[in-house]
Design a protein around this ligand. Sequence first.
Ligand SMILES: [Zn+2]
Ligand SMILES: [Zn+2]
Length: 344
Amino acid sequence: MKSIRMIEAGKPLELQEVPIPAIGEEYVLVRVRAAGICHSDAHYRAGRSSMGMLPITLGHEIAGEVEMIGKQVTNIKAGDRVCLHYNITCGNCYYCKSGNEQFCEMVKMLGHHVDGGYAEYIAVPARNAILLPDEIPFAEAATLMCASATAFHALHKGRVKAGETVAIFGVGGLGLSAVQLAKAMGAVEVYAVDIKQDKLELASEYNAIPIDASRVNAVQEIHKLTKSKGVDVSLEMIGTRKTMEQSIDCIGNLGRAVMVGLNQQPIEINTYMQVLGKEAEIIGSNDHLLGELPLLVDMAHRKILDTSRVVSQTIPLDADKINQRLDDLENFTNDVRVVISMED
Ligand SMILES: [Zn+2]
Ligand SMILES: [Zn+2]
């Protein structure tokens, strides 16, 4: 089969012909129909993250059709449409057993530690396959498996309840899912903070209140709009020092600030003013859980989460085109969501 693989860190991905993977008794073979190209893939290709093996097929946002199932598989059959949870976990360690499998000691991520979805076929444990209703196109389903799932988990970590207010810093793919899901979880007001006009406009179409941080001080604006109360929950999805500090500054008493954007720089916190005095919480959110995905797919199926505007371009399984797209992500020249599509 054709696969687009990372051979060496810092080099373009290459087309390789490799055997169709064999499947174990608890595995399924999936014919890939769509694989999202993610910012993480640009990091992997550049060599900024250690890979499980080399060469490796990248791609962790995957949807397709089940081609073949292992002997022990009962939950899925050949021909089923599925999307794939990208973390393969052991199911037996302390973290798996306590329902926090994102910390599994043996975790293997598709397209990072083991071969991923930039290929015609992929083998995964059957429990990683989530049934996909006919109404959700493969390309949209692929994007649900990363950005939307991360947003959903972050809202769960923030314990958003009906009647609360939420501020979302950064309304790209992740943030736009967060806006819609926060509303679905009962948030009465969602503030969308960004500096890009087109993103703010899209967020307002999903009923968020836009805050243009290129023109106003986001924290002051949120305090004004909430009558000095501050928001109940903030999600930081950008990963800059400034927005991380703002996301903590804009929460009120008993507020929860959830950190999602990646940033290695330390930030400064006045524990008395910002945490203790308010009984506020600063919460980390990392990845998502397998158990969150069927619900997320169902919400997309019911159009509670609109995925129709997420995918801006599809490209074929072609090394040059994929490398070009990863260059764009690397240089931030182009903010759109591209998915490799292998539909007939
Ligand atoms: Zn991703
Ligand atoms: Zn485990």
